[in-house]
Design a protein around this ligand. Structure first.
Ligand code: IVH
Length: 740
């Protein structure tokens, strides 16, 4: 697979995962199955591991949930709420155990126990107790900030208001809110006014009610399995902590077991799977956790998942049905996504009538590398197809039955023109996605961009959501067809005869409120503004990084404009590299990638030194890779897009970004290099620790290095560091910095 193919696939997966996060966490209305979601996330993680320079720091692999919705107060978690790494195959469990032994540098005969417990398919909740009293309950939200659902949590019988026994003065207990199968069936049969797709959605919908009386009437349950901030440790082991939580008055899962090794873990997984159908509530796998809490502490966390835990998922459920048609949806970046329309079928208790078909290769029976999937069987309208889902609503198509295919069936022809605007839809070499080239003349893209612009993490304008965007987009008297027009709405309305306030759904009051809400957002935080522009690859985290780096809009624009000639050269160089790679593969020779790249960079006319410096500066920002930088600079250099941005900026007065100040350590922001042998910590642990403290770990010494940690046997790197006047410390000094 080429770098370009990987970049394209990463972008697609990233967008799909983000959308799925929003649907699942904020809308309680997922459109893809858990299994599908997991598969996409794993694929993305794999691609990012294979092409580390393409991984953006705000990749969807690093996101837990979605940013919290409005309506509830927000609570910043004292300790982030984490997600779990997933595994599907048994050998991944063995790998997990091996990896942990390696990280901790444990001899083969040293005991290493794990707990195994069901993974409850509900939603996580963090409960804060002070002096034994429940004071706060928060949903996970995006992991850092959740929603305040305290009043609702108080109505759940399994959640104690007062802790029993001798609890620490401050305790945050975390666990899963869920609904039993019986209660779910009764709720759907009753007159709650809504039919929920599955117990998880019912639990989420019930907990996230603005009126606690509604939550109280819904039969929610709670299992405790984890914790956040603690005044004092609960125990020395995970199992001990579970017992302690039970002693405080929480329900803990009775199937929790202690396992000595991978074989016992897998055996427990099988046992729990056998009980799955009769448990009376949904579980979607088994969670393994390192039992020794001192080990958990040393293992620590990756960006969103603990190294000491693994979710071993159960296989998905399947059913056969007929494929009635394929619809094409056009997204914000112009991607054409095929959606399967199915003869409704029940899969694992849920009626399914739509499924994703990913992209045209998937329909044709190939993956993005050209390798056959489903042994090369294509999918045709009229086929009998195997639908695949795990926990949630709209799944994917896993296979097609050739023996039942009609003799006159025809292969599906993927449209080469955009069904929304008629522009050409093209596939860049290496991209698995076909994209509409219409840009903003494509109504689907323009609408999706606008919806993104007003979305919660972007401008978040009260009274101007997706529904209103659709309405204004189609409005001839008072149109909103680009972001700038949002901010001229009031002025245009004043000059109009058909006033907004006289329309259905808009009164005097709501019109005034809408205009006020828009007015308020003229002073938008810089990071939100950058995110709102909807530039490919620029997600929330990258937007925040850019805002913090540049501080002001003017500084950012100046830097992007300065880098434009170099960015253009970069894109051309990458094209040349892709060509060289293809040619070399064809001719069976080694690809001369560096030469191809250098040739383009040094071609006439030369790239001005200033542009080159601006580009280097941009890509050296931690978390801004070349793909992202290329996409960003190109978007601003593109005349149509720049025109729209300029019109928008004439309306806005963005707030400069605040520079991060909390959680500073003595190595925050510094670049570290480790060399020689570390004796008391593995390299992996040292690197993880440094990164957790906000430092960057590099492989070689350069002028940018701030600190060299040299163990015994350090050679040329230590010498070079000394020559450059870089501070060199030994392992003991490092252990002091690392807090060990
Ligand atoms: S432990 C730091 N244990 O699964 C580790 N999570 O896919 C925190 N979940 O966010 C999680 N059952 O909402 C843990 N027995 C269990 C669980 C469990 C369900 C959920 C939890 C988590 C999600 C990750």
């Amino acid at each position: 697979m080429t770098r370009e193919q990987a970049a394209a696939e990463i972008a697609t997966l990233d967008a799909q995962l983000r959308q799925a996060n929003e649907e699942y966490h904020n809308l309680d209305a997922p459109t893809i199955s858990d299994a599908d979601y997991d598969a996409m996330k794993r694929r993305l993680a794999w691609l990012e591991a294979a092409f580390p320079d393409l991984a953006s720091s705000d990749s969807a692999t690093g996101q837990v949930g979605a940013t919290p919705g409005s309506g509830f107060g927000k609570i910043t978690h004292a300790r982030r709420m984490m997600s779990l790494e997933n595994a599907f195959a048994e050998d991944e469990v063995t790998d997990f155990v091996t990896r942990i032994r390696g990280f901790l540098n444990l001899p083969a005969d040293a005991p290493l126990d794990f707990t195994a417990e069901p993974k409850i398919d509900g939603l996580s909740l963090s409960l804060r107790y002070e002096d034994g009293q429940l004071v706060q309950a928060a949903t996970r939200g995006d992991g850092a900030v959740g929603e305040n659902v305290t009043a609702n949590a108080r109505t759940i019988a399994d959640i104690p208001q007062t802790l029993m026994g001798d609890a620490p003065r401050i305790v945050e207990i975390r666990g899963e809110v869920y609904m039993s199968h019986d209660d779910f069936a009764a709720l759907n049969a009753g007159d709650s006014g809504r039919t929920f797709a599955n117990p998880r959605n019912a639990a989420a919908g019930s907990l996230r009610q603005l009126d606690p009386a509604i939550t109280a009437a819904r039969p929610l349950k709670f299992f405790a399995y984890s914790w956040g901030e603690l005044g004092a440790p609960l125990a020395d082991t995970q199992m001990g902590a579970v017992r302690r939580m039970a002693a405080m008055g929480f329900k803990t899962n009775p199937l929790t077991r202690l396992c000595r090794d991978a074989a016992q873990m897998v055996a427990t997984w099988r046992e729990i799977e056998q009980q799955r159908a009769t448990l009376g509530y949904d579980i979607d796998g088994v969670v393994y956790k390192v039992d020794d809490l001192a080990y958990q502490d040393r293992l620590g966390f990756r960006s969103t998942t603990p190294r000491w835990a693994l979710a071993h998922k159960f296989p998905a459920e399947t059913a056969w049905t007929r494929l009635n048609g394929i619809d094409i949806q056009v997204g914000r970046t112009g991607a054409l996504s095929p959606v399967a329309r199915l003869e409704p079928v029940t899969v694992g208790g849920v009626v399914v009538s739509n499924a994703t078909l990913h992209n045209e290769d998937y329909i044709a029976g190939r993956d993005s590398t050209g390798a056959p999937i489903r042994e090369g069987r294509d999918i045709r309208v009229g086929d009998w197809v195997k639908v695949y889902r795990a926990g949630d609503v709209i799944p994917k198509i896993a296979d097609t039955d050739l023996s039942r295919r009609a003799a006159d069936s025809q292969p599906y022809v993927f449209p080469e023109i955009c069904p929304e605007c008629g522009s050409a839809a093209v596939r860049e070499p290496g991209d698995s996605v076909r994209r509409c080239t219409g840009g903003l003349i494509c109504p689907a893209q323009a609408i999706e961009k606008l919806k993104h612009f007003v979305s919660r993490a972007a401008f978040d304008i009260e009274g101007l959501g997706a529904k209103q965007i659709e309405m204004f987009f189609a409005d001839d008297l008072l149109p909103i067809r680009e972001p700038a027009q949002i901010f001229t709405l009031a002025q245009r309305d004043a000059a109009n005869l058909g006033k907004l306030k006289n329309r259905d759904g808009f009164g005097d009051r709501s019109t005034r409120k809408l205009f006020e809400a828009i007015e308020e957002k003229r002073r938008i935080p810089l990071a939100r503004l950058i995110f709102a522009l909807g530039i490919r690859h620029v997600g929330e985290v990258a937007a925040t990084t850019l805002a913090r780096h540049f501080g002001t809009w003017q500084a950012m624009i100046a830097a992007l404009d300065a880098a434009a000639p170099a960015a253009e050269r970069h894109l051309r160089a990458e094209e040349a590299v892709a060509r060289e790679r293809a040619e070399a593969a064809e001719q069976g020779r080694r690809a001369r990638l560096k030469e191809s790249r250098d040739l383009v960079w040094s071609a006439d006319p030369p790239v001005p030194a200033q542009a080159r410096a601006a580009w280097d500066d941009l890509v050296s920002i931690d978390g801004i890779g070349e793909v992202l930088a290329g996409s960003l600079v190109t978007a601003f250099a593109q005349p149509n897009e720049r025109g729209g941005i300029n019109r928008l900026m004439a309306q806005l007065d963005p707030l400069p970004a605040e520079v991060a100040s909390s959680d500073q350590t003595e190595i925050t922001g510094k670049t570290l290099v480790f060399t020689g042998t570390l004796e008391k910590m593995t390299r992996a642990e040292a690197k993880a620790r440094a990164e957790a403290m906000g430092a960057k770990v590099a492989g070689s010494v350069s002028a940018k290095t701030d600190l060299l940690i040299a163990g015994p046997g350090a050679g040329s790197k230590a010498k070079k560091a000394e020559d450059l006047g870089i501070t060199v410390i030994d392992e003991d000094e490092w252990l002091r910095i690392a807090g060990r």
